[in-house]
Design a binder for this molecule. Structure first.
Ligand SMILES: C[S@@+](CC[C@H](N)C(=O)[O-])C[C@H]1O[C@@H](n2cnc3c(N)ncnc32)[C@H](O)[C@@H]1O
Length: 815
């Protein structure tokens, strides 16, 4: 029996790496990524390339490549984007080739984790590849791909994950995902084409069924650079020299897609690459040129000058491109939009109930589909896939959602608004940052690009105060020292500021985790002068004015638990409020809070759209009840029950509740309980169940209860598993909770949305909607024989049928 091994390797969209990769990997493989690389370097060597832009695209291309490409000979699949998420998708694609072909995650593939924060396999892959190709980054020697690439301006040969868009801007390499978000024709109504026009584009392209008809333009400089690269490769010159030239090029590059297509007709998949674009007048090129990378942000960052000793943060500014930071959510609709097998009177909306826009999108989807790969059409016929996730993935249509509308500032989703950083090192040279993977060695991450700028600013203030007051950082070996961790949470809801300034001027709630039992402990001696100094440097009276409040957490345990149970408020406001999902939500430093409130807001809005008015909602793993409060308010739920184990969340919930109108207040309750203990009791009477478990996923009793509830016809479930620290959370989600819920047709996966909560990492937050029972079969728009006779794909047939139906309706109306 054949087997497919998925090798996760970094996104190689540059000739140099591509060449190296080809030598490393050899021939006779199927590779995901880069149409340039394919025909130029791959095909000759028997390497079959495919390109993707959408989730579904990946699956399909993968499937095609497996069947028609080199993979069928070698049974090896290389996934060039090198991140767990995409790997999982690649795997899904491989699965789509048919049942009975086991997929092996090759242990010798380039998997490892080396990034301190939620680094996925991709990061390890990058490192390993660099090691193999001897082209390690000159700045950080390829050690900590994410953090260093984020923190070091001009970091050179970073091959980043699909989701780390900041990384992309750092190197000005735009890969699959960016293109997908920018150029997917499905998104044209949603303003994404503008984004794609302004994307810096590094002489590469990623394509898919969705994007294949568009051509990319690379100006002369790009070609020049590629030639230069090839020359350097041959002459063995250093990567630094190459990086320099690449950076020079980056500032001049132009990328265009849709406009080119409109003006010059459709380009062929790869043959027209570059040609069409180059035929455009130069003035037009410059008119479309994106602003110089980092121009806008630099201004923002200079305002922080005084905080970091007059240095500002030019490093950050120099590489982040406004307009390139468009964040988005992906919507995966496995199939069908009309599902009517609901139980209970209320609950989730049918897809049909949602806005009309979806219909339009669907049209486009179909249109796109029909032009897609030849085998796409017959996927269903040829590959009878198993039920469950496999089928869902195969059928899915990746598309962007417009929840991140253009008014939501791109930048606002680009940062972690919450960070927990370890403090180690010595009093003279404190190191404040993240642990390296699988170790407790701290990597200092000053000016981390993934953090909200004010978090970095506060970190610098703390660093300075540690040095001034000779505060001893914690030593894990001996259990001695004073300061263990910092927790920094940005509040961006200062209503005294104009809306557009609130994010940038967000203030930081700082919590110091101190290695002491309480204030009377000998280790707590320095707390008072130290925190006073912090407040002086960063509090309201200071020039920096970045501190919202200062809290103290006492933790003496020798284990890995970051926070202790005792808190003390020292300075500033006690509560941190955010406006989320249409309600004010209060967060205490000890309660759970999301890392990216802007992305969370988008998720909540989508969630609201999916729940019917007047539903009975149960929210398990509720935290401070943000989801429940928001639904109670906006969906006029007849009952909302929030269940959470952490009692520190209760005061916050009650404060938030107090701000709701009295009519809503009476309908929502918060219960402190462990949901794994007889969870079925919480599901009684519910139309909708929302579960947002911690990273480890749903506990078995909860899964059992959900399945039981489904079988008893009680309620619908909505699962929003949090992203796991291993970037492959999609994979985890699919393998664990999802599979279990889908078993025995208890639930079917209606759709999944992915949100970028964790910029600069491979992790994504997923919101999956399950509906009860078996998935209803989608009707074939036209009989197969008829389609074949007419030479139409399934999608085009559907479109044609709709068109005719519409026409018929018009004719009838006119009669
Ligand atoms: C990912 S957070 C979700 C919080 C909330 N849904 C939100 O969006 O703010 C998971 C929450 O589940 C809680 N939790 C973990 N295990 C639990 C259990 N066995 N029973 C109840 N709650 C639990 C944690 O305390 C945490 O607040």
């Amino acid at each position: 029996m054949a087997s497919f091994a998925i090798h996760d390797v970094p996104c190689i969209n540059q000739s140099r790496e591509s060449l190296a990769l080809r030598d490393v990997l050899g021939a006779g493989i199927a590779v995901d990524g880069g149409k340039i690389n394919g025909p130029r370097y791959g095909a000759r060597k028997g390497v079959s390339f495919w390109e993707n832009s959408t989730f579904d695209g990946r699956s399909r291309r993968c499937s095609s490549a497996l069947r028609f490409g080199g993979a069928t000979r070698s049974q090896r699949v290389f996934h060039l984007h090198g991140d767990g998420v995409l790997s999982a998708m690649g795997k899904a694609g491989a699965l789509a080739t048919g049942p009975g072909l086991p997929i092996v995650d090759d242990p010798n593939a380039l998997h490892s984790r080396c990034c301190p924060r939620s680094a996925g396999p991709g990061y390890g892959a990058v490192t390993r590849l660099f090691a193999e190709c001897k082209t390690s980054c000159h700045r950080c020697a390829g050690r900590f791909q994410r953090c260093h690439s984020l923190c070091s301006p001009g970091h050179s040969v970073r091959a980043q994950s699909s989701s780390s868009r900041i990384c992309r801007s750092a190197t000005n390499i735009v890969t699959g995902d960016a293109i997908e978000k920018g150029c997917n024709p499905l998104r044209k109504k949603q303003g994404y084409s503008d984004v794609c026009k302004s994307q810096p584009f590094f002489g590469t392209s990623v394509d898919s069924g969705a994007n294949r008809r568009r051509s990319f333009r690379v100006n002369g400089s790009a070609r020049e650079l590629r030639r230069k690269e090839a020359r350097m490769e041959v002459s063995g010159r250093s990567s630094e020299a190459l990086d320099d030239s690449r950076q020079t090029y980056d500032s001049r590059q132009t990328y265009d897609s849709r406009q080119t297509r409109r003006q010059y007709g459709r380009g062929k998949k790869s043959a027209t690459y570059g040609r069409e674009g180059n035929s455009r007048p130069r003035e037009q090129q410059s008119a479309n040129r994106r602003p110089m990378v980092g121009e806008d942000l630099r201004r923002g960052w200079d305002s922080k000058k005084n905080v970091t000793g007059g240095e500002g943060d030019r490093g950050f500014a120099a590489n982040v491109a406004p307009g390139n930071e468009k964040k988005g959510e992906l919507e995966f609709r496995p199939d069908g939009r009309t599902v009517k097998t609901f139980f209970g009177s209320e609950g989730f909306l049918d897809e049909d109930d949602e806005d009309d826009e979806d219909d339009d999108q669907d049209d486009e989807e179909y249109a796109d589909d029909s032009d897609g790969d030849q085998d796409d059409d017959d996927d269903d016929d040829d590959n009878e896939v198993e039920t469950g996730v496999r089928g869902k993935l195969k059928d899915g249509n990746g598309e962007m959602d417009d929840s991140f509308n253009s008014t939501l500032k791109d930048l606002e989703c680009q940062h972690f608004g919450k960070a927990r950083l370890a403090v180690r090192g010595t009093a003279d040279r404190p190191e404040i940052g993240l642990f390296e993977t699988d170790s407790h060695v701290v990597t200092d991450i000053p000016k981390c690009r993934a953090h909200h700028p004010n978090i970095n600013c506060v970190v610098e203030i703390v660093r300075k105060a540690i040095i001034d007051f000779k505060i001893v950082p914690y030593d894990e070996d001996t259990g001695t020292g004073e300061l263990r961790y910092l927790q920094l949470v940005v509040s961006t809801n200062n209503t005294s500021l104009p809306v557009e300034e609130r994010y940038a001027k967000g203030k930081v709630q700082l919590s110091l985790v101190w290695n002491a039992r309480d204030m009377s402990s000998p280790e707590a001696e320095m707390i008072e002068p130290f925190t006073q100094a912090l407040w002086r440097l960063g509090g309201p009276g200071s020039t920096a004015n970045v501190l919202h409040s200062v809290w103290l957490n006492f933790q003496t345990s020798r284990g890995n638990v970051i926070l202790g149970g005792r808190w003390r408020h020292l300075f500033g406001e006690k509560e941190l409020w955010e406006r989320l999902g249409g309600v004010d939500v209060c967060f205490a430093p000890g309660s759970f809070g999301q890392a990216n409130y802007k992305a969370y807001e988008a998720l909540l809005r989508r969630l609201q759209k999916s729940v019917k008015r007047g539903s009975w909602v149960t929210e398990l793993y509720a935290g401070v009840g943000a989801i429940g409060l928001s639904l109670a308010m906006t969906r006029q739920c007849r009952r909302v029950k929030c269940v959470e184990v952490n009692k520190l969340s209760q005061p916050s919930f009650e404060k938030s509740l107090a701000r709701l109108p009295p009519t809503v207040r009476g309908k929502i309750s918060w219960h402190c309980a462990d949901v794994s203990q007889s969870p079925i009791q919480w599901l009684q009477g519910a139309d909708v169940v929302i579960v947002d478990p911690p990273r480890k996923g749903l506990e078995p009793p909860v899964i059992d209860a959900l399945r039981l509830a489904s079988m008893r016809g009680r309620g619908k479930t909505k699962e929003k598993p949090s992203a796991t620290r291993n970037s492959c959370h999609w994979h985890d989600f699919v393998e664990q909770d999802c599979i279990e819920l889908l078993q025995e047709n208890c639930w079917h996966l209606a759709y999944v949305y992915a949100y970028q909560f964790f910029p600069g990492t491979d992790s994504m937050e997923l919101m999956a909607v399950f509906k009860r029972g078996k998935k209803p079969r989608k009707k074939d728009p036209m009989k197969k024989w008829k389609r074949k006779k007419m030479g139409l794909g399934k999608a085009r047939a559907a479109k044609l049928k709709r068109k005719l139906a519409k026409k018929g309706a018009n004719v009838k109306a006119s009669k």
